[in-house]
Design a protein around this ligand. Structure first.
Ligand code: MBD
Ligand code: FE
Length: 245
């Protein structure tokens, strides 16, 4: 693949007759991405969605989405019906999310893991933004005998790619915007089944149609109900593909 990537770059250089000023700006920018620690962000925002696409197109079960740069394994276990770790007075609309994990043949998957991580109501992730307790809004839920789970959390805010780093410079130079719609990240796993990495979105978000990371799919947009107490509730389950033997 390296040969083909380089050939594609040569074709672009020839087509646009890249100047030395442009070549030197490219070098400085790429060095800056490394200095800013933004290669994971760059690759996940602008490349991962195609990798996800070609690796999951065979699936009959749930649609997935990119993992992104902020997953941390082994988040605290909260059982089949539990509340994610959060601060006293955590911002955001409380959300109760119920669902079940099943196999493509409809069998309930007991003991399946639903790992959930998401931004807070400022669009920030624990373990990556300063000043947020470890594991905040990160948890592992395990389905009961009926494959069901109930998760209590809060709705996240939209996420803005940092504008002060090298990825921000690219976005500004290209005239793009820096936003991802509000989203919940999940990894859903069960023995004998393919790991599902997905994201769930909220209806009406301004960036569902133009996510900077190109990771929204219509099947992944939730349909929450507003409850009289000001909270929201949603039912959304996962269908996992059995591993091919
Ligand atoms: C995120 O929160 C995210 O999910 C992705 C894919 C890229 C940047 C930030
Ligand atoms: Fe994210």
């Amino acid at each position: 693949m390296a040969r083909e990537v380089l050939d594609a770059i040569y074709a672009t250089v020839r087509k646009h007759k890249m100047t030395y000023d442009e070549f030197n700006a490219l070098k400085a920018w790429m060095i800056g991405v490394g200095e800013d620690g933004e290669w994971p962000l760059f690759l996940d925002v602008w490349l991962e969605h195609v990798v996800e696409e070609v690796n999951t197109e065979h699936r009959e079960g749930n649609k997935g989405a990119i993992e992104g740069p902020y997953y941390v394994p082994n988040a605290p276990e909260q059982g089949a019906d539990g509340t994610i770790s959060m601060r006293e007075g955590e911002g955001g609309t409380p959300l109760t999310w119920t669902g079940a994990v099943t196999s493509t043949d409809g069998t309930a998957l007991a003991g399946a893991k639903v790992e959930l991580w998401h931004a807070d109501s400022d669009g920030l992730y624990s373990q990556f933004a300063p000043g947020i307790p470890e594991w905040n809004l990160r948890g592992t839920f395990t389905t009961g005998e009926d494959g069901a789970f109930a998760i209590h959390t809060v709705q996240p805010a939209p996420y803005q790619i940092p504008t002060d780093g090298s990825c921000g410079k690219l976005i500004a130079a290209a005239g793009w915007h820096a936003w991802r719609p509000a989203h919940l990240h999940v990894k859903v796993s069960a023995p004998g089944h393919e790991l599902l990495t997905a994201q769930l979105y909220f209806p009406g978000d301004a960036h569902n149609d133009d996510d900077i990371a190109s990771a929204v799919k219509p099947e992944l947009i939730l349909d929450p109900k507003q409850e009289s107490d000001g909270s929201a509730s949603v039912d959304y389950g996962f269908v996992l593909d059995p591993e091919k033997g």
